[in-house]
Design a protein around this ligand. Sequence first.
Ligand code: GLU
Length: 307
Amino acid sequence: MNYQQILKEIEKEIQPSLQKGKVADYIPALAEVDPNQFAMTITLKSGEQFSVGKSQEDFSIQSISKVLAFSLAINIYSKSLYKRVGVEPSGNAFNSLVQLEYEQGIPRNPFINAGAIVVMDALMSHYGGDYLALEKILNFARDISANQEIKFDSTVAKSEMEYASRNLSLAHLMKSFGNFDNDVRNVVQTYFKQCAIVMNTENLSRAMLYLAFDGTDPINGRSFLNELQAKRVNALMLTCGHYDASGEFAYNVGLPGKSGVGGGIVAVVPDVMSIAVWSPRLNSYGNSYAGTLALQMFTSKTGLSIF
Ligand code: GLU
């Protein structure tokens, strides 16, 4: 298949959609990004990459980082983690408080905010504090992307901390139900730093290759998850990766994927490739408008979906 040609077609066809949607402005630092940008990269088993657009432009990976934190947490806690966070799609907004109240402080899944905050709480307990937990996540991000330069953007993290009321509320609510061990503010602040990890589509596509190949990076042979764990992460990305638009994403794209409010989306074609796409304007669910469409075009043109 001529992947470069297919990406070029997508880049051309996507142009009218780059003006649609709105950047995430509830994190002020994200609102400063030029909203009409687009990039897409695929990475194959061999390491060969194909890109279009601004594939070397860094962006905030935001909720895509939840996949990294969860990958670390299932390695440590295995089944006991599911006492603290479920594996069901939420059918609610990513930062909903209502469901958490009904379900007594146990978040539906690790990819909504409450779930990711509880995962951070668990990582901090295990690693012995905020600094070490963040270092582990950053090192994991560096290892899977085979790039030791990966870091987080402290301006974005600080900016989010200034408007943290809702995420702090989620954490306090979980604490009130006894599903929280560490200091609320400290956990949320560290979670924001995790969300502020910066990558471009070339890094991100390379980074997620382990999920396309049963937990092992096919390029350097490093194993990050076992086959069963990788299956679980992919299943969660398919069912919960796009908040309450997860069904729509599965229906239109047909791949496990995870989005972030920075406009990035990552998707994996099992045993074939990992794909990263970025365009900052979001649809009403908080997922990249053009990014979702580009992935839909990709699977329609190539027939590469899991269905
Ligand atoms: N840091 C963001 C938040 O907690 C992540 C949300 C997202 O990317 O969807 O609101």
